[in-house]
Design a protein around this ligand. Structure first.
Ligand code: MN
Length: 735
């Protein structure tokens, strides 16, 4: 305990009072009372606590509330939640206390905030935590907005954290929070988050660009003045009320451009933009005014036709509205001009909350609402695999979008790089599954054709479903992917049933019924390893049963003995209710008495359990596997204890994920360690790099856990690698 001095208390109180200057609704008598009550509680709860910098803790929630009110434009509930956001997590107060004092709505937001806190502050980022965060988005979007305010203040005060934590927090901010802020239309916050992250991650590069910006300031101001003067004169003559400002690109985006275009500072041509914000009370007139101003500008300067962006007629999905054009300036350089109304400007700066403020009841549902609904639906879909969905969702955060048209001229939005097939599934899953080809701008093309903004797309369909596995290779949207995979699950089920019936029939004709002994022979003959595979292949016609009689009459071989031992174990266990007898996992998979579960991929040395599947095979799971836990709790009688016997000869498939900061040669170093140093066999390698952060997945064969751990710790030592972990859950479709 380190009580506040009188001076510190006065400072905190004074800072708190400024909240009311930035939140109109907060001044309402009842609201003000509740906000003061929240402050009093937060003050008491955090009393005597200081942040690492020595600053009283209470300053942090006040600042977060200020950001919520001033920079995001949120109201009373968000201000109260901001003030209380760390109370349940860090102090003795509980959610019930909050509920009793402030009601269920606030308690609900605090609950959401508490659930997702620690996600990025403590351990490493996990898909499941990210999912929690998105789930809270569908619950009450304020949870994420307050979380963003919290993160912004933490970034502003990051200096007092130890270096290694700074680096990690900055990485997470750049990786997830900034794109999320962008997606919600909070441009200012997105930009500040990026700049702060960059500053802590690459201090010297940040400083270099900053000083170049300062030293080129005067020159820039001169260009802006020279450029604006004739426009200002013309607009004033027309009686248009407006403001002109020069906006410099953020340090991070300048750096990003230097990297991606591989050019020096001097050659980033759009380091600044001119912004014209016009004032009108009539929303109906905004569009014609914007184009009017555009026409004035192009009277003076020659526009670049490739760089005209009309987000007035078609706002961006995150709500952004403006008219952008790039024109040739007086000194022969391209200059971007952004034209917006005051209303559009506020939406651009504050995003979501401002968007809400201007929405009248008769307005159609905005694109942002649609997006949020889409997330809600996707999260609700019991068929969607959480992890897979998240992967794709995160990709969708980064991609920008294209606009395409249906044959009747209706506009659809799709992520960049979407194909004609994505479009088909976007229209309806029935259209997607029956698609056979497409016409883009009246020309016949294949379904894998990538669409461009402005394309008019017509989908040609057959009367029946035409889904193909290869489609997964070129669809880009989560919706299409999920629909295709689900169709395959159904298709597979049908093939299995057909196959099973056909086999039964064929055996009956020969006077047999299915039993494991016969099945074993059949497996051998057709070179399949499970009932599932066998039935599917029969069902799909890949196996005909012409030779069945010959196969059955073949003599049995020694190989089957092991299998029978397993059966014995199961029956005995069932009768005696004894599940504790250990099932020994031999190193020889050929004997095929067990299978490695694809969900958790255990390797020798892992703690494992076996589960008797309906195919009478033992499926080996890790004891920590969520699927195994579910089985253990619901079907205890099918559990077989399992142990590894020997594990030096065989290699097992395992997967690791690597995250880090992208730099030249890093992939080479990683693969070097895997292939040279430890002599493991790599099977597949995927590296995605985005905004300077890379994310890699490596599948390889390894002997045991010890080797795996050695390898992980070796990779961790590589400069730039921030996180290496073994993947616990990879779901693949297996035939
Ligand atoms: Mn906090």
């Amino acid at each position: 305990m380190n009580p506040l001095t009188l001076e510190e208390k006065q400072q905190a109180d004074a800072l708190f009072e400024t909240i009311f200057e930035h939140c109109k609704g907060c001044k309402d008598e009842d609201n003000e009372y509740r906000i003061r009550k929240a402050y009093a509680l937060a003050y008491k709860a955090h009393d005597g606590i200081r942040r690492r910098s020595g600053e009283p803790y209470i300053i942090h929630p006040i600042e977060v509330a200020l950001i919520s009110a001033r920079e995001i434009g949120l109201g009373t509930k968000a201000v109260i939640s901001s003030l209380l956001h760390d109370v349940v997590e860090d102090t003795d107060y509980t959610l019930d206390d909050i509920n009793a004092m402030f009601g269920p709505k606030i308690a609900n937001i605090i609950d959401g905030l508490t659930k997702i806190s620690g996600v990025f502050d403590g351990g490493s980022m996990q898909a499941e935590n990210f999912r929690k965060m998105l789930l809270s988005l569908s619950d009450d979007v304020r949870v994420i907005l307050v979380k963003l305010a919290d993160r912004l203040h933490n970034m502003r005060t990051l200096q007092s954290m130890p270096a290694h934590k700074r680096y990690k927090i900055a990485g997470e901010t750049l990786y997830l929070y900034a794109p999320l802020a962008h997606r919600l239309g909070l441009y200012k916050i997105k930009t500040e988050l990026e700049d702060l992250s960059f500053k802590y991650k690459e201090p010297s590069q940040y400083a270099a660009i900053e000083s170049q910006l300062v030293s080129s300031e005067k020159k820039r101001a001169a260009i802006i003045n020279k450029f604006s003067l004739p426009i200002i004169n013309s607009l004033t003559r027309q009686g248009i009320e407006f403001n002109v400002t020069g906006r410099t690109k953020s340090i991070y985006s300048i750096w990003h451009k230097m990297q991606t275009k591989d050019v020096p500072f001097e050659e980033v041509f759009d380091i600044f933009a001119i912004r014209i914000v016009f004032i009108t009370d009539e929303k109906e007139k905004e569009k014609s005014l914007a184009w009017n101003i555009y026409s004035v500008i192009t009277d003076h300067y020659q526009p670049n036709p490739d760089r005209l962006r009309d987000w007035v007629s078609t706002p961006k999905a995150n709500g952004y509205e403006a008219l952008h054009t790039t024109v040739m300036g007086p000194d022969g350089q391209w200059i971007e001009v952004q034209i917006r109304s005051q209303r559009m400007d506020e939406i651009a700066e504050k995003g979501y909350a401002a968007h809400w403020k201007y929405k009248s009841s008769k307005d159609q549902e905005g694109e942002l609402d649609k997006w949020i609904h889409k997330i809600k639906d996707l999260l609700k879909d019991p068929n969607s695999d959480a992890l897979e969905f998240l992967d794709e969702f995160k990709l969708n955060l980064f991609t920008s979008e294209i606009y395409v048209f249906t044959p009747t001229g209706a506009l659809r939005r799709l992520p960049k790089y979407a194909t004609a097939l994505d479009f088909a599934f976007d229209i309806h899953s029935k259209v997607g599954s029956a698609a056979i080809g497409a016409k883009v701008n009246h020309k016949l093309v294949s379904l894998s054709t990538k669409l461009q903004s402005g394309d008019q797309v017509e989908i040609l369909t057959s009367s029946t479903s035409n889904i193909k596995r290869e489609w997964l290779e070129f669809v880009t949207t989560a919706k299409a992917r999920t629909a295709i995979k689900n169709a395959f699950k159904e298709d597979r089920k049908k093939a299995m049933n057909d196959g099973m019936e056909k086999l039964d029939e064929a055996l009956q004709k020969l006077g047999y019924t299915q039993n494991n002994y016969l099945l074993r022979k059949i497996f051998e003959a057709y070179e399949v390893s499970s009932k599932t595979e066998l039935y599917c292949k029969i069902g799909r016609g890949a196996i005909d049963l012409k030779d069945l009689k010959k196969i059955i009459n073949k003599k049995r071989r020694n190989k089957f003995i092991r299998y029978w031992q397993l059966q014995f174990g199961k029956n005995k266990n069932k009768e005696a209710g004894n599940v504790n007898k250990a099932f020994v996992l031999a190193e020889d998979l050929e004997g095929s008495n067990y299978q490695i579960a694809p969900c958790c991929n255990p390797i020798p040395g892992d703690d494992v359990i076996g589960y008797l599947t309906e195919d009478d095979e033992v499926m080996i799971h890790k004891t920590t596997c969520p699927k195994a836990l579910k089985i253990m709790s619901s079907q205890g009688d099918k559990i077989v204890t399992a142990q590894w016997k020997a594990h030096k000869i065989m290699s097992f498939l395992s997967t690791i994920q690597i995250q880090g900061i992208d730099r030249m040669g890093i992939v080479h170093e990683i693969t070097g360690i895997i292939s040279n140093d430890l002599n493991v066999n790599m099977r597949a390698l995927t590296i995605n790099s985005s905004e300077g952060v890379f994310n890699g997945t490596i599948d390889f064969y390894i002997h045991n856990v010890e080797d795996l751990e050695t390898m992980i710790s070796d990779i961790k030592k590589i400069k730039g690698v921030t996180n290496v972990k073994r993947t616990e859950n990879i779901e693949e479709i297996s035939e």
